[in-house]
Design a protein around this ligand. Sequence first.
Ligand code: C2G
Length: 131
Amino acid sequence: MKKVITYGTFDLLHVGHINILKRAKELGDYLIVALSTDEFNAVKHKSAYHSYEDRKMILEAIKYVDEVIPETTWEQKVQDVLEHKVDVFVIGNDWEGEFDFLKEYCEVVYLPRTDGISTTKIKNDLNKKTL
Ligand code: C2G
């Protein structure tokens, strides 16, 4: 079984998230999503609208996702890859090159982001509508 892992906050789920999850799953047979906890989001200077528990439930409902684990630190990726026997690490190319250190442990794939959508854009557009 070829195992794939990806990481992220996945707040206010949108087609950009679905596209990366779909393409990540196509690279193997089993997709693990390491989901940023609310505390780790603070470390990333992000605040998610949905709680970790809600974002986890939403991701678990997606047919491409086989398992959701918490992402609590920047440093856990090597341990995750080893512990979960991951074959492929996938993330959007906004992170291009940032995780090349994982090439010692697994394949590293940066996939093109989906243009025109982001959680930030959703928040901004909604704010404009309510002004
Ligand atoms: N994404 C995408 N296209 C978009 C928006 C997001 O392909 N229009 C991808 C991102 O590249 C990432 C995933 O969707 O691979 C999740 O995006 P975020 O929730 O913004 O994740 P991020 O905060 O970048 O977290 O340790 C890694 C970090 O936790 C990554």
